[in-house]
Every structure is written in structure tokens, then in C-alpha cells.
Ligand binder design. Structure first.
Ligand SMILES: C[S@@+](CC[C@H](N)C(=O)[O-])C[C@H]1O[C@@H](n2cnc3c(N)ncnc32)[C@H](O)[C@@H]1O
Length: 278
């Protein structure tokens, strides 16, 4: 028995989902929360739809460094906070919208990938006073897509995305998911691999991966993709040095079919074939 029928649900994003229609404007006097993703870097990876939402916002709410990436607009208020207060930030945005304001919650990359969209829905669905506040999510380019495109096509076959951060989930859960995904021979994109305080996780993940993957498996260390200082390094899993990885990096771990090739101009590309041996 399904929980509900999709056909019976109101579709707040039905107009926005169509290319030929502008994103729906809120009813005058009614506030709304729009959760957006800026992409992993720079304006060229920001979608036109997100650009429009940012221009029309009365309030921007987000983690300071992300809000700082948005050009200042006169008359627009900015509310910045630290990176460990997602719930409070979501409640603040919903409160502003409840008061009638057009609020944009700013994430990097895609807002639904390890970012604010879930936090906003968590608060919006838990607190009855927010039940009537419209919430919409606008997609953004996620870091794994940008990193993959810079080095070739490592995500060309089945892949899994995992966060290595044990701030919001216990390490044993991460370890068991890493083991399952690597045993299934999926390419892995690992977000949040390390930070100033999380230093042992990459080494521990490497140990788990080596139980299921050949030490020669290619690994892409993608740092600051699309930003000044961008650097993509290809190493073997056995040679991966956890000390070279920090929070500005994303790791792509190849599967058994992932190839490393050198092109005519000496550039190295990493790609995973569309086909898989029977
Ligand atoms: C909290 S997650 C946010 C992910 C974001 N919502 C997305 O969809 O890309 C932050 C992590 O994303 C990855 N990341 C984001 N932007 C990146 C970039 N430009 N270059 C490399 N990694 C990036 C890093 O692993 C970083 O630690």
C-alpha cells in the first residue's frame, strides 16, 4: 500500500520544472524559502534559474563563505552563520518567510547533496507553524560532476556518492557503506574527506577500500575544482597519501574497469567505460 499517490500531491515546482516557463513568483505578501546551490565554483557554474532567485531574494541566509560568493545587492539583507548550525539557519529562514519575506538559503554545489535542502525540510516538516510556508529547491552542479569533467569521465558507469564526515553519522556506518560500495565495484565519489580536525578518516577509508580493491586502482584527488588553485592529481589507491587531502578536496575512487590514459598532448585522463564485463 503506497503512503500516497503522487498524482494527488500538489506540485509546488511544476512550473519551475519546465524550461519554457519562468520560476513561479510567490503570491504577493506570501513569503517563501528557496534553497539554492551556487555550484562548486564561480558564476559560470551557477544556473540561470538560481541567478534569478538570487536577484529576486529579499534575504540571503547561509554559511558565511557561501553567502560571500553572492554579489551584494542593495536592499537585500544577508544573514550569515557558522557551518555547524544548519537547523538554526533553516528555522531562521522559515521564520523570515513566515513573516512574508522572499528568502533564499544558499548552499554550495547542489543544495540537496550534503547541504541545506534536507535541513530546511527537516525543520519545515517538524514544526507545525511552518506547515504553510512554501519551500522549493533549485538544483545546482555538484562537486563530483565538476571534478569528473575536469579529469575525463570517471563517473561514466555506476557510481556512489558518500560523505566521509563522521560529524553527522557514526564512523562504523561510514565504514560499512564504504565496504559495501567497494565490494559492489562501484566508482566512489567521496565528499568531506578530511578537515583540520578530521585527520585520520582518509587513512581509515583507504584501509577499508584496499580490502576490496586492487592497490593499482586509480584515485583522483580533486582540489578546489573551478577555483584559483585548482589541482587534480591521479594516484593509485596504494599510493594515496592521506596527508595530501583536506576539506577542499573531493576523492574519486575508480572501479575495476576505470582506465587511466595518456593523450597525444601528454594529458592524463581517467574514464570508466559504459560497458561492464559479463
Ligand atoms: C558540505 S559538502 C557540500 C557539497 C555541495 N553541496 C555539492 O553538491 O557539491 C563540501 C565538500 O564538497 C566537496 N567540494 C565542494 N566544492 C568543491 C570544489 N570546488 N572542489 C573540490 N571539492 C569540492 C569537498 O569534498 C567538500 O569537503
Amino acid at each position: 500500500m503506497p503512503y500516497f499517490s503522487l498524482a494527488l500531491l500538489p506540485s509546488p515546482t511544476s512550473a519551475a520544472a519546465r524550461d519554457d516557463l519562468p520560476a513561479p513568483a510567490p503570491v504577493t505578501g506570501q513569503g517563501e524559502v528557496t534553497v539554492i546551490g551556487l555550484g562548486p565554483a564561480g558564476p559560470r557554474w551557477l544556473t540561470p534559474e538560481v541567478g534569478r532567485a538570487l536577484r529576486e531574494a529579499e534575504h540571503l541566509v547561509g554559511y558565511g563563505p557561501y553567502v560571500d560568493r553572492v554579489p551584494v545587492r542593495p536592499g537585500q539583507e544577508r544573514h550569515t552563520s557558522g557551518n555547524q548550525v544548519e537547523t538554526e539557519r533553516a528555522a531562521h529562514a522559515l521564520d523570515l518567510a513566515l513573516g512574508g519575506a522572499r528568502v533564499v538559503v544558499v548552499s554550495s554545489g547542489d543544495p540537496g547533496v550534503f547541504a541545506m535542502a534536507s535541513a530546511v525540510y527537516e525543520v519545515a516538516t517538524a514544526e507545525p507553524r511552518f506547515a504553510g510556508v512554501p519551500v522549493r529547491v533549485l538544483p545546482g552542479l555538484t562537486a563530483a560532476q565538476a571534478a569528473a569533467s575536469r579529469i575525463g569521465a570517471p563517473l561514466g558507469h555506476d557510481f556512489a556518492i558518500l560523505s566521509l564526515s563522521d560529524r553527522l553519522k557514526p564512523w562504523p556506518v561510514i565504514e560499512s557503506r564504504l565496504a559495501a560500495a567497494s565490494a559492489a565495484d562501484l566508482v566512489l565519489a567521496l565528499y568531506n574527506p578530511a578537515s583540520a580536525s578530521r585527520r585520520w578518516q582518509v587513512g581509515a577509508a583507504k584501509d577499508v577500500l584496499l580490502r576490496h580493491r586492487d592497490p593499482k586502482t586509480p584515485v583522483v584527488v580533486a582540489r578546489d575544482v573551478g577555483r584559483p588553485g585548482e589541482k587534480l592529481t591521479v594516484v593509485s589507491l596504494g599510493d594515496l597519501d592521506p596527508e595530501t587531502v583536506d576539506m577542499k578536496c573531493l576523492l574519486i575512487i575508480g572501479s575495476s574497469t576505470t582506465q587511466v590514459s595518456t593523450r597525444g598532448d601528454e594529458s592524463v585522463v581517467v574514464w570508466t567505460p559504459r560497458t561492464y564485463p559479463a
